[in-house]
Design a protein around this ligand. Structure first.
Ligand code: PXG
Length: 291
């Protein structure tokens, strides 16, 4: 059955869900988006995702066409109309239609779209055995250029690194910032474990402050696992005891090799497995009910 997409106040069949070629989101990547997940009829961390969407909008001076509560209501409504319990939810705010020029303020009204789709997950085998990654030569955009803290519609920086990953035959690539410190992956945050301590790059490394990342830090602290948010170089990946990636779609994914260096004993580590288990418990119990 065809899914229904919300566009500026109306629901359209997937095949007819279209945005103008004059939309600045299409022409310039001028807009922001979110990736949210529903588990068993509950939307996980809805408030956090909508807050981040609005922060991004504020940073680029994009006036959302609906208030925050209304945006949440539309997201829920789009889930209900699609009759989903488990789903991937993609709200998109784009600058809207204007002329061909760059000036964003000539666009009169922002567009708001909500897509609800099936979740494309990493294969189950990866959660059991871990996955290989590379370190990309593409450098993460600097905070003062295209700040990774904004989940903008311009993902070319990530896509360049994803091309490197695909060409190397691995699912993800780690990106370094301009100073050579580890920042994050193309669509996931990164954690390493060294001597029992969980270490993840800080905001200043040039990262999207992932909602899964924050949840993982909370889980670790709750269970007495020490966490450090600090800069570290690529070499610390090679000598880590454990590595995992976090993201809404990915949850907690074990990494078992980096640039062909085997991590730990080549299997998902103990702390990684524990964090994944605890994270999944939360997704089962928390969330905003759709129905
Ligand atoms: N870094 C980047 C660059 C991301 O795009 C994350 C980290 C993790 O953030 P969250 O808040 O999800 O923990 C992301 C998020 C997809 C998809 O369709 C990508 C993300 C989230 C959901 C789906 O590939 N990336």
């Amino acid at each position: 059955m065809s899914s229904k997409v919300f566009i500026n106040g109306e629901f359209y069949d997937k095949e007819d869900a279209k945005i103008s070629v004059f939309d600045k989101g299409f022409l310039y990547g001028d807009g922001v988006f979110e990736g949210i997940r529903a588990y068993d009829g509950k939307i996980f961390k809805l408030d956090e995702h909508v807050d981040r969407l609005f922060e991004g909008a504020r940073a680029i001076m994009l006036e959302p066409p609906y208030a925050k509560e209304e945006i949440k209501r539309i997201i829920m409504e789009t889930c209900r109309i699609n009759n989903v319990k488990d789903a991937y939810i993609r709200p998109v705010l784009s600058r809207g239609i204007g002329d061909l020029g760059l000036n964003p303020f000539l666009a009169k009204k922002a567009s708001f779209v909500v897509i609800v789709d099936k979740l494309v997950m990493y294969p189950q085998e990866i959660y059991e055995k871990g996955m290989p990654v590379i370190v990309a030569s593409t450098v993460r955009s600097s905070l003062n250029a295209l700040p990774p803290v904004i989940k903008s519609l311009n993902y070319l920086n990530s896509i360049l690194a994803k091309i490197e990953a695909a060409n190397a035959g691995v699912p993800e690539a780690v990106m370094l910032n301009e100073s050579g410190f580890v920042s994050e992956c193309t669509g996931d945050n990164i954690f390493i474990v060294r001597k029992g301590v969980l270490i993840t790059p800080p905001r200043e490394a040039g990262i999207l402050e992932g909602i899964t990342r924050k949840t993982v830090i909370e889980i670790a602290k709750k269970h007495g696992i020490p966490v450090e948010e600090r800069l570290f170089p690529k070499i610390d990946l090679y000598i880590a005891d454990e590595i995992f990636l976090t993201g809404t779609g990915a949850e907690v994914v074990p990494v078992t090799s980096v640039d062909k260096r085997i991590i730990g004993n080549g299997e998902p580590g103990k702390i990684t497995k524990f964090i994944l288990e605890e994270y999944r418990k939360l997704t089962k119990t928390e969330g905003t009910p759709i129905y």
